[in-house]
Design a protein around this ligand. Structure first.
Ligand code: GAP
Length: 478
């Protein structure tokens, strides 16, 4: 990891606000707990992550297709999936200050292994055993009540025009994959996929998380990137191992250091799951779940078949065998991945002049802005005009930023902090006599003549590149 200082999380949060990556939701109204907005650079980074994920999971795979299902779905889906009955976290309330905290997190903090899948009885037994050591993070007292399971589904009144409380509630989806399961037959009937195949989608999910901590790591509204792979029951575990390896490689290919990743095997499985692993990342607050990879058996299709009355079996066209496909999934949050890549990229380093700089050493393909273009000085119209020409020539290919504000050093610092790989500066040499324009053109009036300096974010080295060669130069570099 770039830096292991105790302030790293605060520094990342501050940079996100200062440089327009992440803003607290509804900030001018005092904020809205556990919800965040992506600023101009945050949305670029999130889009880049989604693009890379989609490329890896759909474009590069002939056996996986995409989907974009609606957020609102038939309420029965959430009964069939088990969310209405069992999608809950253990909640403990401090009797002194009424702070609500996840009981499994309180136990984890004192080194006791617990998880949200434990039954109410199991977690209460464990909680009681360690009660004397469990401290309220807000008031510091050791006075928690009985642990209760709290359902995480978020309800809405969609379509309920009379406010009738006896009407079955509609939910905002708690995970995107349910939209995949209920479209499994549509995809099979309308495309050329055959088992084994996968369906991938990126979309919003909502959960009434009890404790909203750690910035965008755990939020109540978030985006998931999920892929569900349908296999023959006999091949489920082989495909599962392949998917685990494939997902691990995704992070390495995007430049993550392997030492910052590790596997966590779930011991406490939901009854239908065969195996569940998380890829954990070393966030500033320690190794935590980044992505879940689960072998779910035939549970999902069987349940939806039972509740909908529609057969969801697969008839193998070659063998005529009929079976319910088993599902393996990979699931990761966009915000959580964004936080992981920010953590990985965040570097503070001393420059030659002794000053410190903060740099986001993001892989180039993830950098929100690829090239920044500066005129050396703002009050020299010929420099500004030439820099504008360069900017206009590059912006159709890459996301570029034009900046003529403040001294160049300050502009470099700003671009370093948002992770821009290259800064192009138009200076007096660009338009000067040292760089004669062909055909006797006046200095500064002929587009694409002269040279500029290109400064590399990571090495801070500068080189002079003829403007006519800039596009090709960046095509090779980016
Ligand atoms: N379909 C399986 C599923 O949803 P999960 O472990 O509950 O499994 C999968 O979630 C991933 O979604 C997590 O690994 C995490 O990256 C992301 N995620 C889950 N809850 C989140 C939350 N409240 N805020 C941000 N990301 C979340």
């Amino acid at each position: 990891m770039a830096e292991k200082d105790s302030q790293l999380m605060e520094k990342i949060v501050a940079l996100c606000k200062r440089r327009g990556f992440v803003f607290p939701s509804s900030e001018i109204y005092g904020g809205f707990a556990a919800v965040y907005d992506l600023g101009p650079y945050g949305v670029e980074l999130a889009n880049a992550l989604k693009r890379e994920w989609w490329k890896y999971m759909v474009q590069m795979r002939e056996d996986i297709v995409g989907l974009d299902s609606a957020i609102f779905m038939h309420p029965k889906i959430w009964e069939a999936s088990g969310h209405v009955g069992g999608f809950s976290d253990p909640l403990a309330e401090c009797k002194a200050c009424h702070t609500r905290v996840r009981a499994d997190h309180l136990l984890e903090e004192i080194g006791v292994v617990a998880d949200e899948k434990m039954s109410e009885t199991e977690i209460n037994a464990l909680f009681d055993e360690h009660r004397q050591n469990i401290v309220c993070p807000k008031c510091g007292k050791k006075d928690f009540g009985t642990v209760k399971k709290f359902n995480l589904l978020v309800q809405s009144n969609l379509g309920n025009f009379t406010g009738d409380t006896s009407v079955e509630p509609v939910y905002l989806r708690g995970e995107t994959c349910q939209g995949i399961y209920v479209n499994y037959k549509n995809v099979l009937d309308s495309t050329r996929v055959r088992v084994p195949f996968g369906i991938a989608q990126v979309g919003k999910a909502f959960r009434n998380e009890i404790t909203a901590r750690q910035f965008i790591f755990r939020t109540r509204e978030f985006e998931q990137m999920e892929m569900q792979y349908f296999t023959h029951p006999d091949n489920e575990m082989t495909e599962y191992e392949k998917l685990r390896a494939y997902r691990w490689q995704f992070y390495l290919d995007l430049g993550m250091k392997e030492e910052n990743l590790r596997w966590h095997k779930h011991e406490n499985l939901v009854f239908y799951a065969k195996e569940a692993y998380d890829i954990e990342y070393q966030f500033p607050f320690g190794f935590k779940e980044l992505e879940g990879i689960h072998a779910r058996g035939d549970y999902d299709l069987t349940q939806h078949s039972k509740f909908s009355g529609v057969a969801l079996e697969y008839l193998d066209p070659q063998t005529n065998e009929k079976y319910v496909p088993h599902i393996i999934e990979s699931s990761v949050g966009v915000g959580r991945m964004l936080l992981a890549f920010l953590t990985e990229a965040y570097v503070e380093e001393a420059m030659e002049n002794g000053e410190m700089r903060t740099v986001l050493k993001l892989p180039k393909k993830l950098a929100p802005v690829k090239i920044a273009v500066f005129p050396l000085m703002k009050n020299k119209p010929e420099l500004v005009a030439k820099a504008q020409e360069v900017f206009q020539a590059l912006k159709s290919e890459w996301l570029c930023e034009f900046d003529d504000n403040g001294n160049v050093g300050k502009r470099y610092r700003r671009q370093d902090e948002i992770g821009t790989p290259y800064c192009v500066t138009v200076d007096f040499d660009t338009i000067g006599a040292g760089d004669p324009s062909p055909d006797g053109a006046e200095a500064g009036d002929a587009p694409l003549t002269g040279t500029v300096t290109v400064r590399d974010r990571d090495t801070m080295q500068q080189e002079r590149v003829p403007i006519v060669e800039l596009k090709q130069y960046f095509q090779e570099k980016l």
